[in-house]
Design a protein around this ligand. Structure first.
Ligand code: PGA
Length: 248
């Protein structure tokens, strides 16, 4: 089933709040009613991002959230604090969180729960390493990450981003065929755990070295509904081209 294309920028630890504001003001000229667009800046730029995006369809998202509702967790940010700012969604389980910060699927499931309880849309990222792909473990890894990251969670909305670790920031984008196979597998796993009606409504994004020239072919695949873009989302012209190429 084809859903409205969804294009999300993941800015990681880039841009000050002033830079984010200038980018968002300029990006408003590149938005298109048939493409949903989200910007995921650092926490420091969320408030000015929400203000700059007001009056447009642009969604603002956070790159992480703590699982507890509040408490003695120095340096952490809660779902309630995000939702009070006007943030719409949160990235969870990004491979940099899993690999550099050692977040486990179990913790990610708690974060998903916390996000959902405050009305934030969870954008759950999953993906295999190169070694896992080369040893034929891709589906096993995706099934495990998906199941464990959503364990005991009651959901009405979800986005899943398939981001093969070997494709993130490497310039090695997955072929549309390879990405479609993974997306189809994710779809069947979601249908198995949550039912077809739910799975049909979950946008599945591909992420990993996406640039404008990949968009048409990726979005032609039946189970690829959009993209999560790192490097190519930092420049407003290049991100604008990605949005334009997503118009169906
Ligand atoms: P990339 O990053 O587009 O720079 O590969 C994608 C991501 O990490 O979400």
């Amino acid at each position: 089933m084809k859903l409205k294309p969804l294009v999300i920028a993941n800015w990681k630890m880039h841009k000050t709040h002033e830079e984010a504001k200038a980018f968002i003001m300029a990006l408003k000229n590149h938005l298109h009613p048939s493409v949903e667009v989200g910007i995921t800046p650092s926490f420091t730029a969320l408030e000015s991002g929400v203000v700059a995006a007001s009056g447009s369809s642009l969604l603002m998202g956070a790159q992480n959230v703590h699982e507890a509702p509040s408490g003695a967790f120095t340096g952490e940010i809660s779902a309630r604090q995000l939702s009070a700012l006007g943030v719409s969604y949160v990235l969870l389980g990004h491979s940099e969180r899993r690999h550099i910060f050692k977040e486990t699927s179990k913790t990610i499931a708690l974060k998903v729960k916390s996000a959902v309880s405050e009305g934030l849309l969870p954008v759950l990222c999953i993906g295999e390493t190169l070694e896992e792909r080369e040893t034929g473990k891709t589906e096993e890894v995706l099934a495990k990450q998906l199941k464990e990251s959503l364990e005991d969670v009651t959901l009405s909305r979800l986005v899943v981003a398939y981001e093969p670790v070997w494709a993130i920031g490497t310039g090695k984008v997955a072929t549309p065929d390879l990405a479609e196979k993974a997306h189809h597998f994710i779809y069947t796993e979601l249908a198995k755990h949550f039912g077809t009606e739910f799975a049909d409504r979950v946008p599945l994004l591909y992420g990993g070295s996406v640039k404008q020239e990949h968009m048409k072919e990726l979005l032609q695949e039946p189970h690829i509904h959009g993209v999560l873009v790192g490097g190519a989302s930092l420049d407003v012209t290049s991100f604008g081209h990605i949005i334009r190429e997503s118009v169906q």
